[in-house]
Every structure is written in C-alpha cells, then in structure tokens.
Design a protein around this ligand. Structure first.
Ligand code: URP
Ligand code: ZN
Ligand code: ZN
Length: 494
C-alpha cells in the first residue's frame, strides 16, 4: 500500500489495486428464477463448499454448471414434522428409517427433516436422544435435526435434562394431549411449558381431548362400530377444538409461545384466530391430509382400505379443506409439514398389526407424505393460484427453519446459506405409488393429478435427485444443532 501526501490536510491512502482473483465455484446454477419468501429474481447461483457464496448475473465459470433454463428455483424444503424410525410397541414398526425416509424427502424436494426423539414413560430424555442418534447416524441423505417428545416430565427431566438438551441444540419439543403412552395432564403441560419459557424453546402441541376420544371409542365399540371409518367418529372436531382452546389457555397462563401442530379444520382455526386477536403468540401448522383428503377416505362402508388414511386428527370435509386453504393464504398458518408417519398397509408391522384387520382403536395412526408434501402444495397452491410462490417458500422452508432455529442456514436462498435447492419442473402427471421412494406400499394421494415435481434437488450443493434418479450417499446428511427459534420473543422477567 502506498501512502501519498497530497495537497490536503489529511492523508489519502491510495491502494495499488490488484485485479481481483476470479471467484471459484464448485458449481454454478445458471439462469435460475430464484424464489425466496420475500422476492423472486433472476440470478445465477455460485456454490462453494456446500454453501451459496454468490448471487448475480453472469457469474464466472464454475467447476460444474447446471442450466436451470429460467425455471423456478426454491430453497430445499424443511419438513418440520415427520416421524422416521420412531420406536413403536411391537409388532408395529415404522416403514421408513433415516435411509428410506430421507431418500423420499430428497426426491420430493425436502433437504432438511426434523423428526422426533420420543421419550418413553420411565425412560430418561437423554437416553431417548442417544437412541435416536444411533438410529440416524450414517444413514441420512439430507440434513436432520431432532424435536423431543416429552412424555414423562419428572423433576430430573424438568430441572436438568430438558434445559441441558435445549442448550445443546434440541430447542423444540412436542407435547401430546392424547395417546395413553404419550399424553400429559394439564399440570404436567404447565410444567413443561414453563421450561420452554425459561429456556427459549418452542413447544409443539398435539391438541385432542383424550378422555372424550376414549368415551366415544368405547361407545362405538359397544355398538360394534369398529371399522376404520369410525376413527373419524371418535375424533370429531369438537375434541380438537376443546384441546386447542385449553392448550392456548395453558400457554397464556405461562406466557409462552406455542405451535399447534396438524390443525385439521374450522373449529381449531377459530380458536387460533381468537388467540391471535388477543395478542397471544400462537403459531399453527397444517398438513397435506387436511387439504387433499376427507373423512370419506377412511371409508364410506366398512372396508378396511380406509385404514390407509387413519391419522389424528382425522381429515374432515370439503368445507374444512377450504378453511385450511384460506388460513394458508392469509397467514394463519406458520408452517406446512407432512406429518409423515409411515406404516405399510398390507403388513403385520403396519396397518394390519399381527396380520389382522383390527378395530380402529388399534390401527397405527399416521399416513405417508414426506415426498409428496411440496409437489402437492406447489401444484394445487401456487400453480392453481391459491397462494403466491413467496408464501409457498415461507410455509414450506423459511418459516419452519425460523420456528426451529435453523434459519438462515436453512430455508432461504442467500449468500452464506447452505446450497439446498430445488429446480422445479412444471408438467402434469397422475401420481402413483410406484413413482415414490418411501418404503410404504401405498400413497393416500394415488390418482391425484400433479402439475409439478422437483426436476432436481441439491443438498449442500450435491445433486441428490436429478428428476429421474436418486443419487444415494448415506451419511451425507448431518445432524444440525438448533438455535433458539427466531420466531420467539425474548422471555421477559416476571
Ligand atoms: O396420526 C398421526 N398424526 N400420527 C403421527 C403422530 C402424531 O400425532 O403426529
Ligand atoms: Zn400429533
Ligand atoms: Zn406427527
């Protein structure tokens, strides 16, 4: 550097400008129509070491180049509610583990998954987390974080394990108000919410009234009404509405944000709108089954095929689908997740436990959807004109990353973010389970006309799906420790 004294009373520093070395990229994606939650813009995307390092027109050549040809490029999806290889009571077993589940995720455009490390009653939360790491280690094709499921909030859990785990990067947990092996009573929920408040974690709540469900189930059973379709009769909207309202009240008492998961229809939506109108931080999630299925999919007669669509809360009706679409468009919903809970239909470890067609009470709850989540919403949301591309990105990638402390590393297209990207192909076809990459023997969305599918998915700069073939590398997916959710206000001292 030369320092010249010019005719001024200050020194002017003149730098001998060397030509800047051309930036080097491992990969350049050319001619992308990039969409973030806030903007859509034409750009090349320069990628180095798995991260986006430059955006702009006419970037210098990369070691590899992909021409997006003006197609839409979105951030890879963040599926913030999916169940993979979650321990079940024998003989039931989930069909997808971290290998097949993340394979399906990648082929459907999802590059980050957040499944659940579930505590069994009597088990330490730490042991549940250690076991779940063991299940994931070396198997995942895309990055993953864990939510916790707290089913046994002992003093040891509340005072030590949970606060420590939150500090270590497990910054969200699910609370169940139903299912005998998982549910907490109101006092326990208050205790757990108080920990979320003190340590800045996000509490997700499954809101259904367990006692009402049990009472209705017994009456249905006594009347011989045990076919899959009666699952929906045992879980009417009222039981979801009551529990949603109670969850909101418990959160208000503790003064902590909550996120109500898998909201199914109008009555729960009304409770959430009421809470928001009263200034409460109540976030909400919905899932494809509440847009594309109805209770009729559980059967209009006593056929066992309805077991394929048994999930909780159950799908409702067309009017409720419209309410969910409206909430997706107008900001009521914060995230759109799959709630992928994969059980094979024709299998003794799946929907026919022990090989039997069982009463609805015993049918494993949950349906597959990790691979179809984004294409369904892109097709029927964006391309059918029900939501903007920005809102699609917000619901499927940006907000889930923010809600669970992964933003801006995940969920956006920005310099410094991971190069998790989807290049979209817009073409019409009819979905069939043979096209999918999960280990489940059906999709509830078979026969649905889709208008788009990922033409390419990149996970930290690696092509994992090229529109025809999956490119496996088990162990490519890394565990992500989560920060404090960026949707959270800072806790105020009481
Ligand atoms: O039926 C469902 N949703 N099964 C998965 C578990 C849950 O409650 O999310
Ligand atoms: Zn749930
Ligand atoms: Zn779930």
């Amino acid at each position: 550097m030369n320092k010249q004294s010019v005719d001024h009373d200050v020194d002017i520093v003149v730098t001998n400008l060397q030509p800047m070395p051309a930036p080097t990229f491992d990969l350049v994606i050319r001619h992308a129509r990039a969409a973030t939650a806030s903007d859509t813009f034409d750009t090349d995307i320069g990628i180095r070491d798995g991260r986006i390092v430059m955006l702009g027109a006419d970037l210098p050549a990369g070691a590899r180049e992909i021409d997006a040809g003006g197609r839409v490029v979105t951030p890879g999806g963040v599926d913030a509610h999916c169940h993979l290889d979650q321990p079940m009571a024998p003989p039931v077993r989930m069909a997808d583990d971290f290998d097949t589940g993340t394979r399906a995720a990648a082929c459907g455009g999802t590059t980050t998954v957040i499944p659940f490390a579930a505590q069994e009653k009597g088990q330490s939360l730490r042991a549940a987390v250690a076991d779940y790491h063991h299940r994931a280690e070396g198997r995942a094709h895309v990055d993953y974080a864990f939510h916790l499921i707290v089913s046994d909030p002992t003093p040891q859990v509340l005072l030590h394990e949970l606060p420590e785990l939150i500090r270590e990067g497990y910054t969200s947990f699910k609370i169940y108000m139903t299912y005998d092996d998982l549910k907490l009573d109101d006092g326990q929920i208050l205790d757990v919410l108080a920990v979320a408040r003190e340590h800045g974690a996000m509490a997700m709540i499954h809101a259904e009234n367990a006692d009402c469900i049990e009472w209705l189930t017994r009456r249905l059973e006594a009347a011989g009404r045990t076919a899959p379709r009666f699952h929906a009769h045992a879980r009417p909207m009222l039981v979801e509405r009551e529990a949603t309202h109670r969850a909101i009240s418990l959160a208000e008492l503790v003064d902590v944000p909550i996120l109500i998961v898998h909201v199914s229809g109008r009555e729960a939506v009304e409770q959430i709108r009421w809470a928001r109108a009263h200034g409460l931080k109540v976030y909400a999630e919905t899932c494809p089954q509440y847009l594309f299925l109805t209770a009729a999919d559980l059967g209009i007669d006593d056929s066992y095929h309805g077991a394929k669509c048994v999930c909780s809360p159950p799908p409702r009706d067309r009017q409720n689908q419209d309410v969910i679409w409206a909430g997706l468009d107008d900001g009521l919903f914060t995230v759109f997740s799959s709630d992928h809970a994969p059980f094979r239909y024709d299998a003794p470890e799946g929907k026919k436990p022990g090989g039997e067609e069982v009463a609805f009470r015993h049918i494993p709850n949950g349906i597959p959807g990790i691979e179809t989540r984004l294409p369904l919403l892109y097709s029927e949301g964006v391309l059918a004109g029900r939501m903007t591309l920005g809102r699609f990105v917000e619901l499927t990638a940006t907000n889930p990353a923010k809600a669970y402390g992964l933003h801006p590393r995940k969920g956006t297209i920005a310099v410094g973010s991971d190069a998790d990207l989807v290049i979209w192909d817009e073409r019409e076809f009819v979905l069939d389970n043979s096209m999918l990459h999960h280990a489940v023997d059906y999709t509830p969305y078979a026969g649905q006309t889709l208008r788009a599918w990922p033409g390419m998915t990149l996970a930290r700069g690696d092509v994992v799906w090229d529109g025809r073939s999956f490119h496996p590398r088990q162990g490519r997916g890394r565990f992500l420790a989560c920060s404090t959710p960026s949707l959270m206000p800072r806790a105020t001292p009481r």
